[in-house]
Design a protein around this ligand. Structure first.
Ligand code: SF4
Length: 106
Protein backbone atom coordinates (compact mmCIF):
# COMPACT_ATOMS: atom_id res chain seq x y z
CA UNK A 1 0.00 0.00 0.00
CA UNK A 2 1.33 3.45 -0.83
CA UNK A 3 0.48 6.75 0.75
CA UNK A 4 -0.62 9.81 -1.19
CA UNK A 5 0.36 12.02 1.74
CA UNK A 6 4.09 11.43 1.73
CA UNK A 7 4.49 10.76 -1.97
CA UNK A 8 5.81 7.28 -1.35
CA UNK A 9 6.15 5.33 -4.57
CA UNK A 10 5.10 1.69 -4.27
CA UNK A 11 7.88 -0.73 -4.97
CA UNK A 12 5.58 -3.38 -6.43
CA UNK A 13 3.62 -1.15 -8.83
CA UNK A 14 4.26 -1.08 -12.55
CA UNK A 15 4.22 2.69 -12.80
CA UNK A 16 5.13 5.36 -10.29
CA UNK A 17 2.33 6.58 -8.02
CA UNK A 18 1.47 10.26 -8.11
CA UNK A 19 2.64 12.42 -5.27
CA UNK A 20 0.19 14.69 -3.45
CA UNK A 21 1.78 17.68 -5.17
CA UNK A 22 1.13 16.14 -8.58
CA UNK A 23 -2.51 15.42 -7.70
CA UNK A 24 -3.00 18.99 -6.44
CA UNK A 25 -1.40 20.33 -9.64
CA UNK A 26 -3.90 18.41 -11.75
CA UNK A 27 -7.08 18.91 -9.74
CA UNK A 28 -6.28 22.06 -7.78
CA UNK A 29 -6.18 22.52 -4.04
CA UNK A 30 -9.41 22.01 -2.10
CA UNK A 31 -9.28 25.67 -1.13
CA UNK A 32 -7.26 28.27 -2.99
CA UNK A 33 -5.46 30.34 -0.40
CA UNK A 34 -3.70 32.52 -2.94
CA UNK A 35 -3.99 36.30 -2.80
CA UNK A 36 -7.26 36.20 -4.73
CA UNK A 37 -8.55 32.98 -3.17
CA UNK A 38 -11.30 34.95 -1.42
CA UNK A 39 -12.95 35.51 -4.81
CA UNK A 40 -13.94 31.84 -4.83
CA UNK A 41 -16.31 32.67 -1.97
CA UNK A 42 -17.66 35.94 -3.39
CA UNK A 43 -21.41 35.98 -2.92
CA UNK A 44 -21.86 38.39 -5.84
CA UNK A 45 -20.68 35.67 -8.21
CA UNK A 46 -24.04 34.00 -7.60
CA UNK A 47 -26.10 37.11 -8.30
CA UNK A 48 -26.73 39.68 -11.01
CA UNK A 49 -23.38 41.39 -11.65
CA UNK A 50 -25.12 44.48 -13.03
CA UNK A 51 -26.40 45.32 -9.55
CA UNK A 52 -22.76 45.88 -8.53
CA UNK A 53 -22.08 48.30 -11.37
CA UNK A 54 -25.16 50.53 -11.50
CA UNK A 55 -25.51 53.44 -13.88
CA UNK A 56 -24.58 56.80 -12.43
CA UNK A 57 -27.25 57.70 -9.90
CA UNK A 58 -28.64 54.14 -9.93
CA UNK A 59 -29.50 52.24 -6.78
CA UNK A 60 -26.78 50.37 -4.91
CA UNK A 61 -29.16 48.97 -2.32
CA UNK A 62 -29.46 45.43 -3.75
CA UNK A 63 -25.70 45.05 -4.15
CA UNK A 64 -25.03 46.34 -0.65
CA UNK A 65 -27.60 43.92 0.73
CA UNK A 66 -25.69 41.02 -0.88
CA UNK A 67 -22.37 42.37 0.44
CA UNK A 68 -23.78 42.53 3.97
CA UNK A 69 -24.14 38.73 3.92
CA UNK A 70 -20.85 38.01 2.17
CA UNK A 71 -18.15 36.10 4.08
CA UNK A 72 -15.29 37.80 2.24
CA UNK A 73 -16.46 41.38 2.59
CA UNK A 74 -13.32 42.64 4.33
CA UNK A 75 -10.99 40.89 1.86
CA UNK A 76 -13.01 42.38 -0.99
CA UNK A 77 -12.87 45.89 0.45
CA UNK A 78 -9.14 45.60 1.13
CA UNK A 79 -8.58 44.50 -2.46
CA UNK A 80 -10.60 47.42 -3.84
CA UNK A 81 -8.75 49.93 -1.66
CA UNK A 82 -5.32 48.51 -2.47
CA UNK A 83 -6.05 48.38 -6.19
CA UNK A 84 -7.86 51.70 -6.35
CA UNK A 85 -10.96 50.18 -7.92
CA UNK A 86 -12.87 53.11 -9.38
CA UNK A 87 -16.15 51.55 -10.34
CA UNK A 88 -18.79 49.45 -8.68
CA UNK A 89 -19.63 48.19 -5.25
CA UNK A 90 -16.79 46.41 -3.49
CA UNK A 91 -16.94 45.22 0.09
CA UNK A 92 -20.31 46.88 0.48
CA UNK A 93 -19.06 50.36 -0.37
CA UNK A 94 -19.55 52.54 -3.41
CA UNK A 95 -16.64 54.27 -5.11
CA UNK A 96 -17.46 57.51 -3.28
CA UNK A 97 -17.65 55.74 0.08
CA UNK A 98 -14.31 54.04 -0.56
CA UNK A 99 -12.73 57.39 -1.44
CA UNK A 100 -14.03 58.86 1.83
CA UNK A 101 -12.70 55.90 3.78
CA UNK A 102 -9.29 56.30 2.16
CA UNK A 103 -9.17 60.02 2.97
CA UNK A 104 -10.00 59.31 6.61
CA UNK A 105 -7.25 56.68 6.80
CA UNK A 106 -4.56 59.12 5.60
S1 SF4 B 1 -18.36 41.97 -0.46
FE1 SF4 B 1 -19.86 42.29 -2.08
S2 SF4 B 1 -18.69 42.81 -3.91
FE2 SF4 B 1 -17.29 41.89 -2.43
S3 SF4 B 1 -17.20 39.74 -2.93
FE3 SF4 B 1 -18.77 39.99 -1.38
S4 SF4 B 1 -20.68 40.25 -2.48
FE4 SF4 B 1 -19.01 40.59 -3.93
Amino acid sequence: MWSIYDGTVPSDAGSPAPTLAAVVDIFGAAEDDGPLGWQERALCAQTDPEAFFPEKGGSTREAKKVCASCDVRSECLDYALENDERFGIWGGLSERERRKLKRRAV
